[in-house]
Ligand binder design. Structure first.
Ligand code: ADP
Ligand code: AMP
Length: 227
């Protein structure tokens, strides 16, 4: 019997996908797979993928599908690829969803549930402008809603937090526009598959987390929940 858990978080930039994926990793043991994190690491390491992706990320555009699909495929074909995971930021449009479904059929890693985090645009801009991340462990903070224990230093790593290059107001607005144009159709794709579930995410992060876990329980995935 397949007793692993594979979920996807979708929603606009700043809706809290990374934050919730991090909690699901800590508390339920799901591996957090964030394509934004993987791409930023590739940029930092100046790999061929990173060099290709950099200008798109800086402009707030989507990195071309073939580049991202290939990166994800390589990730899942590794012998140590996780069986229990939460995808964050991929698939991001219909064409990536179709590519992932092809790979998933072959590898037996179909997405069981898609959680759509819903947050109004005005809240998003405030969240992203205040976002700070740990450059070492990728932990996500917010200057006022979720500050680190000590001034601007990661609770886990002690590293100085940084602001993402693409979290400037102008780029944020462009990313939101890209989201509305390209990524919203993704919800329809998963709705048709009967996998889409909405969660109100304009609420404190613990409430959002509880709503996600309640949903997983309601879907009968609770036997896999280990926290
Ligand atoms: P995404 O991965 O969807 O882009 P993040 O998880 O990085 O979003 O969250 C964006 C910003 O909003 C971060 O600064 C994070 O600390 C903050 N944040 C996340 N969830 C909440 C919440 N429920 N309430 C307030 N701020 C939040
Ligand atoms: P995120 O960390 O999810 O906010 O992603 C940051 C940026 O990385 C996005 O604005 C895109 O430029 C790029 N990116 C991340 N995931 C994808 C994806 N699945 N497809 C295309 N571009 C992506």
């Amino acid at each position: 019997m397949d007793d692993s858990m594979r979920i996807l978080l979708i929603g606009p930039p700043g809706s809290g996908k990374g934050t919730q994926a991090q909690l699901l990793e800590e508390r339920l043991g799901l591996t957090h797979i964030g394509t934004g994190d993987l791409l930023r690491e590739a940029v930092r390491n100046e790999t061929p993928t990173g060099k290709l992706a950099k200008p798109f990320i800086e402009r707030g555009e989507l990195v071309p599908d073939d580049v991202v699909n290939k990166m994800v495929e390589e990730y899942f074909r590794r012998p140590d690829a996780p069986r229990d995971f939460v995808l964050d930021g991929y698939p991001r449009n219909r064409s990536q969803a179709i590519a992932y479904d092809g790979l998933a059929n072959e590898l037996g890693i179909d997405i069981q549930a898609v959680v759509q985090l819903q947050v109004p645009d005005d809240v998003i801009v405030e969240r992203l402008a205040g976002r700070r991340i740990c450059p070492v462990c990728k932990a996500v903070y917010h200057v006022s809603a979720n500050p680190p224990r000590h001034d601007m230093v990661c609770d886990v790593e002690g590293a100085a937090l940084v602001q993402r290059e693409d979290d400037k107001e102008e780029t944020i607005r462009h990313r939101l526009q890209v989201y509305h144009e390209r990524t919203e159709a993704l919800a329809d794709y998963y709705r048709t598959q009967g996998k889409l579930h909405d969660v109100t995410a304009d609420a404190p992060r613990e409430s959002v987390y509880r709503a996600i876990v309640a949903l997983l329980e309601q879907l009968g995935l609770e036997k896999e929940v280990r926290g």
